[in-house]
Ligand binder design. Structure first.
Ligand code: NAI
Length: 342
């Protein structure tokens, strides 16, 4: 099996080479992202392996299909970058539904603690032998209310971590499933939360879940955490909310327009994105570049599951991690399926 691996980074390769070798899968690593323009690199390959910022739109899918590519193996959980409806009947789509929810949930708490205890400021200060405490006043998380939007695998782990800190937890989910949590409406969550953390997928319904009208409903001084998908937040509305002092701080591991910037080194360059540049200039905004997943355990899990998905698929078996558009039950119809949908 030969798989073209797009948007490859040095940290991806060792685990994919290891698990690939064990199961007879040969990966060819390309640094470039997969788009309609670069899809030609998949010529001669049976499958492609892609990540969050590869663009699997209709033109890219058509090109892959014409080249005889049979499978798209996502090495991530989210699939908002794939036109699943267009894939149906042409190319099968596999994903990694879970690897380490702890990686993302722990990174979310790391961002929150960094923000409320001003660790990002203190780190730079002490490196410069400045030991003054002026401007570093934080606040206790204990007793504060956190609103968690999306209580799936990552949201649940984050809730447990917050409870460990003695925080009160409110939650909103379209399909509530967590025990021991007070589910409330979105508006109530907006009004009561001191901290809001986003852990739902990006869909048409959740796009710009935090927009200008949501910002109006927030508690003054709220901290917004987003380690899910950038477009859950309207970045311009976020910026306005911070400028008006409505939002006290924002910690972002994802950003709406991240695909043009994240995972690359722009030091020494002029950033074109004015909203991102303005956000980064704020003392109360912390940005990490989609690194929440980046732990040894998560990377090993991603590679293992991706390789297992491909092995299952090429054996002709039904892969439980296949996303299928046919009946609209994209993630779960496999449970009832007796044979492949196409
Ligand atoms: P999950 O599928 O276990 O949980 C998602 C939850 O969101 C579910 O409980 C679901 O019912 C809920 N949900 C669906 N539609 C909703 C809506 N309209 N409103 C409110 N809630 C809704 O997914 P998991 O593993 O917890 O991941 C969550 C998200 O985290 C992923 O969609 C992905 O975008 C993001 N992620 C980010 C990573 C990073 O490195 N920053 C790494 C992995 C995932």
């Amino acid at each position: 099996m030969k798989i073209a691996f797009f948007d490859a980074k040095d940290y991806d390769m060792p685990s994919f080479l290891k698990y690939g070798k064990e199961h007879g899968i040969e990966f060819k690593f390309y640094e470039t992202k997969l788009t309609a323009d670069t899809a030609g690199l998949a010529r001669g390959f049976e499958g492609v392996c892609v990540f969050v910022n590869d663009s699997l739109d209709a033109p890219a899918i058509d090109k892959l299909y014409d080249l005889g590519v049979k499978v798209i193996a996502l090495r991530c959980a989210g699939y908002n970058n794939v036109d699943l409806a267009h894939c149906f009947g042409k190319i099968h789509v596999l994903r990694v539904p879970a690897y380490s929810p702890y990686a993302v949930a722990e990174h979310t708490m790391a961002l929150l603690l960094t923000s409320v205890r001003r660790i990002h400021k203190a780190y730079i200060r002490t490196k410069d032998f400045n030991f003054s405490l002026s401007g570093l006043m934080g606040f206790d998380l204990h007793g504060k209310t956190v609103g968690v939007i999306g209580t799936g695998k990552i949201g649940k782990v984050f809730i447990d971590i917050c409870k460990g800190f003695g925080m009160k937890v409110l939650a909103y989910d379209k399909f509530p499933s967590a025990e021991g949590v007070e589910y409330v409406s979105l508006d109530e969550l907006f009004a009561r939360s001191d901290v809001i953390s986003l852990h739902c997928p990006l869909t048409e319904e959740t796009e710009h879940l935090i927009d200008a009208s949501a910002v109006d409903k927030l508690k003054k001084g709220v901290i917004i955490l987003n380690t899910s998908r950038g477009a859950l937040i309207d970045a311009e509305a976020l910026l306005e909310g911070i400028k008006k002092r409505k939002i006290g701080a924002a910690c972002l591991d994802v950003y709406e327009e991240e695909s043009d910037v994240f995972f690359r080194d722009f030091s020494g360059h002029i950033i074109e994105d004015d909203v991102l540049a303005r956000l980064l200039s704020m003392p109360n905004v912390i940005v990490t570049s989609h690194q929440a997943f980046l732990t040894e355990e998560a990377l090993a899990g991603i590679a293992e599951t991706t390789v297992n998905n491909l092995v299952t698929f090429f054996k002709g078996d039904i892969c439980e991690n296949e996303l299928c558009y046919k009946c609209g039950n994209v993630e779960n119809c496999v449970k009832e399926r007796k044979e492949r949908c196409f």
